[in-house]
Design a protein around this ligand. Structure first.
Ligand code: 48F
Length: 263
């Protein structure tokens, strides 16, 4: 039994709360890798529908590529088709006089708003955790192998822990890390024209925004991709600091996963 020093009380409370949170998320419906805009929208939408969702994010600060705006000018652009999604998160936007149909959004407000929206809906975010492998069971992807990001960075020889999930969502952005490692380590053929990762193409904003949403789907039983990860796997174009496609991709994949899990 610990004594009543405040220092002990605080430490014990943190260890106990975190342990309960992790224990409660070792077997979940949806494991999202990466807390970028597409993963955060997917997580909130699924949590709102009652699914048990956790996001595993390597960085200390969730939010992915939103914070930095365009070249560290902390504004991003969102098209009118996605403003409804921002409104769900209570993130403000301002239509551009010079380009009607396009809205500027403060990137700090957007990143923090998406994070708050996802967690407030009930999705748990485990930050500073890296996904280093997938669980491959019954010819499907059935979970994630996780470790602390500093352990990964320092290349410490520390065995990981495992989270089981009904499905996995790769929201890792440009590198599409989960699809890449699943294809390499499980020797699976992805649902692409070659069975492999096609690879992201250079910038072509209009096309990239369309293909991000089109390419958002399941690529192997139990393994979905959203955002730039979906673009990379199918050879879509990049689009820079315009984010409507990312938000819509998160919404779309949440719908696909919800439909599959309800079956
Ligand atoms: O890249 P990111 O923001 O994902 P996204 O939702 O959005 C892309 C845009 O930000 C931007 C763009 C828009 O025009 O092109 O790039 O596709 O966020 C991906 C997150 O995944 C984390 C990474 O730290 C980042 O926060 N991540 C990547 N690999 C891992 C990971 C991993 N193996 N384990 C845990 N987190």
């Amino acid at each position: 039994m610990l004594n009543n020093h405040l220092e002990n009380v605080v430490s014990a409370a943190i260890v106990s709360s975190f342990s309960k949170k992790l224990l409660n998320n070792l077997d979940i419906d949806v494991a999202v890798v990466g807390a970028g805009p597409s993963g955060l929208v997917a997580a909130k939408t699924l949590a709102d529908s009652g699914f048990k969702v956790a996001i595993f994010e390597r960085d200390l600060a969730p939010g992915g590529g939103v914070w930095g705006g365009g070249m560290l000018f902390n504004e991003v652009i969102v098209q009118k088709e996605a403003i409804e999604i921002l409104n769900e998160f209570n993130v403000a936007s301002k239509e551009l006089e010079e380009a009607p149909g396009y809205y500027s959004v403060d990137s700090v407000e957007m990143a923090s708003g998406l994070i708050y929206g996802a967690t407030h809906a009930g999705a748990k975010i485990f930050n500073a955790m890296s996904v280093e492998d997938v669980v491959f069971k019954n010819d499907a992807i059935g979970g994630l192998v996780i470790n602390w990001a500093p352990v990964e960075r320092q290349r410490m020889h520390v065995d990981p822990l495992v989270v089981m999930s009904k499905c996995v969502l790769d929201g890792t952005g440009h590198p599409c890390e989960v699809l890449t490692l699943a294809a390499r380590k499980a020797h699976i053929k992805l649902d692409t024209p070659t069975g492999e990762i096609i690879g992201e193409r250079p910038m072509q904003a209009e096309q990239g925004e369309i293909s991000t949403v089109e390419n958002t789907r399941e690529y192997f039983p139990g393994l979905y991709a959203c955002g730039m990860s979906a673009n990379n796997v199918m050879g879509g174009y990049r689009m820079g600091p315009i984010f409507g496609g990312m938000l819509r991709s998160g919404k779309k994949v949440a719908g696909l996963i919800a439909e599959a899990l309800k079956k």
